[in-house]
Write a protein that binds this ligand. Sequence first.
Ligand SMILES: [Fe+2]
Ligand SMILES: [Fe+2]
Length: 186
Amino acid sequence: MKETNTLEERRILLEMELSYLGNSEFENAVKLYMTEHLGDSFLLCPASINYHRQYPGGLFDHCIEVYNIYKGFFNSLKLNIPKHIQHKREMLCVSLLHDVQKIFKYIPDQAPQYIPKIPFCHSVFPIYDFKARTGVDIPDHLANIILSHMGPWTDADRYPQTLFEVLFHAADNASARLNTLKEKRK
Ligand SMILES: [Fe+2]
Ligand SMILES: [Fe+2]
């Protein structure tokens, strides 16, 4: 996936992605969390400091890329699950949420005020922060995908177990590795 260049470009793309979401309590809370609670801080954060997509906005580009890779796996395996449109919308939410701890770690000056007593573990943080700010729980099957997304490098005591957890971990890992290789060749 190409890199976005400006904050405005990322604002427009985020708005477009969020417009695909439905009106469940969770999906509405995701719209609110991404725009009102995190806002530009999400769009200004790098995906990493010394690994992949190190530029401002790298986190956003990474999240959209993970979602696109995930959809590619899902489509190529011809997974025909019940409610698969809803599944894809939920996976867009997971993709946007899975790394939000990076905002508070990498750009603390621009992050929304940190809410105390929230574990700062990478894979656990999104679940606590989302609930603390929106009052809505991330559904368990999606929270487990976030908790296990780091695979063997997890700090959450959950290794990917279900097919969707494995696919999401693979998509996240593929995005990070592809961009690290690309950046090394520059
Ligand atoms: Fe992560
Ligand atoms: Fe990630």
